[in-house]
Design a protein around this ligand. Sequence first.
Ligand SMILES: NC(=O)c1ccc[n+]([C@@H]2O[C@H](COP(=O)([O-])OP(=O)(O)OC[C@H]3O[C@@H](n4cnc5c(N)ncnc54)[C@H](O)[C@@H]3O)[C@@H](O)[C@H]2O)c1
Length: 366
Amino acid sequence: MKTYRIAAIPADGIGPEVIDAGNEVLAALAEQEGDIAFDVTTFDWGSDYYRKHGVMMPEDGLEQLKPFDAIYFGAVGAPDVPDHVTLWGLRLPICQGFDQYANVRPTKIIPGVQSPLRNVKVGDLDWVIVRENSEGEYSGHGGRAHKGMPEEVGTEVAIFTRAGVTRIMRYAFSLARQRPRKLLTVVTKSNAQRHGMVMWDEIAAEVSKEFPDVTWDKMLVDAMTVRMTLKPQSIDTVVATNLHADILSDLAGALAGSLGVAPTANIDPEGRYPSMFEPIHGSAFDITGQGIANPVATFWTAVQMLEHLGQPQAGERLMSAVERVCAAGIMTPDVGGTATTREVTDAVIEAIRGRNTLATVETATD
Ligand SMILES: NC(=O)c1ccc[n+]([C@@H]2O[C@H](COP(=O)([O-])OP(=O)(O)OC[C@H]3O[C@@H](n4cnc5c(N)ncnc54)[C@H](O)[C@@H]3O)[C@@H](O)[C@H]2O)c1
């Protein structure tokens, strides 16, 4: 029996709703697998904690998280707390403090979920976006001078280091190599940004020599949005900077049907620290407490967690259960269904146990 220690940080808005659902599904999966167990410790960090203590997590938060095998994260964001406080107070310190430099965002059209793209079927859109997660535009460099004065200045400096770019390129090429098409697109903006982005391109070309079996191309980020929309079949693995991939992966989530199904993993590929797994979406306060949050992204990121923990078979069992439930039309309203979070969760648990017979509805793509 292998027991994994999981730190759950549900945080804000629908975060607790989807993480509770995820924990239930993981417990059912462990029971079914028989030889794995999850020892989940829940941390009450987030905006409520901020209102009480003036910080999003305790000062020794990272020390408390260090002994865990993985972090299962909900979402941060509250209407009455500035977004830069919630983000920089919890999520980013974990990503940066644990050097989770590879942010991996798979996207595909799940059977039963309708893509807003005409003529795009299941299998036509199957991507993994690798986002540089430690530097670039979100490195936190910059400042403000003469605050509130007419001559006020604000700078936001993007940092690109040879070490940082090289390691994310290696990660992306290596991931592309593991996928059947062995195809990588390097996203850039080196026409307009002629320092860091030109170095980014040069390092991509250098690292590509280590991966002669991977076909790769280069695409300006603006043109990439067009390609994602008009020729989704031409894309497989993508690597982009922190900001570019942040934006492109929201587009990817929307093109695959809903943000509610899009997962992400913040990985420390060297395994020095726990990696963090979360849905891409935020705290969605417009639907908080209504019981209709889509838990699929949170289930899918658990699949990524299982793969990372060396349990790909358990991951496959969970993904297949999720796909069967969606294909049977048991989905929340954001993807065109009428089911509640509870109903989707129960259906996935039953599918894991192999107890429900799910009829596949006509795949909703035209
Ligand atoms: N990783 C994170 O923690 C993260 C990511 C994005 C936004 N945020 C924060 O979340 C807050 C709200 O931001 P936003 O509204 O721009 O983005 P959001 O992702 O919370 O919501 C965008 C839209 O998608 C819907 N949606 C999102 N997840 C859903 C789900 N699981 N099921 C059904 N519908 C879902 C919401 O109802 C909303 O209409 C802000 O404070 C923002 O800073 C946090």
